[in-house]
Design a binder for this molecule. Structure first.
Ligand SMILES: [Zn+2]
Ligand SMILES: [Zn+2]
Length: 125
């Protein structure tokens, strides 16, 4: 019986092994056989977020979570073809500025860029 493997660890591992951000619902599906209920997953994700372990992103009013790692990045979302493109994060300088100016310590952030991708803008002229 290794049932005491914490639920936390299971969720963390899934976020780690998954390439893209995951919603609580998709984690729930992935964890189906672990019999974890959705509210536990929500609570755990919220805890991760408060601890600065994950970043949260809203797409179509749904929260997606991904681990905070070194090569943390953001998404450029094409409003025409709905494709998501990764873009490196260059916010560190801004956080330093915020800290300096407001004494505010930024722990996490979410940010998406919306627009038209190269392919689509060529297509439409
Ligand atoms: Zn596009
Ligand atoms: Zn960032």
């Amino acid at each position: 019986m290794t049932k005491l493997t914490s639920k936390r660890q299971l969720i963390y591992d899934l976020l780690k092994s998954n390439q893209g951000p995951l919603s609580a619902e998709s984690l729930y599906e992935l964890l189906g056989h672990e019999q974890m209920n959705l509210s536990t997953i929500y609570r755990t994700l919220e805890k991760f977020y408060m601890e600065g372990l994950v970043s949260r992103n809203y797409l179509d009013n749904k929260a997606y979570y991904y681990l905070n790692v070194e090569d943390h990045h953001h998404y450029m979302i094409c409003e025409s073809c709905k494709h998501k493109f990764e873009v490196d994060c260059h916010m560190d300088g801004m956080f330093a500025e915020i800290k300096e100016k407001y004494g505010f310590n930024v722990l996490h952030h979410d940010l998406n860029f919306y627009g038209i991708c190269k392919k689509c803008s060529q297509k439409h002229g």
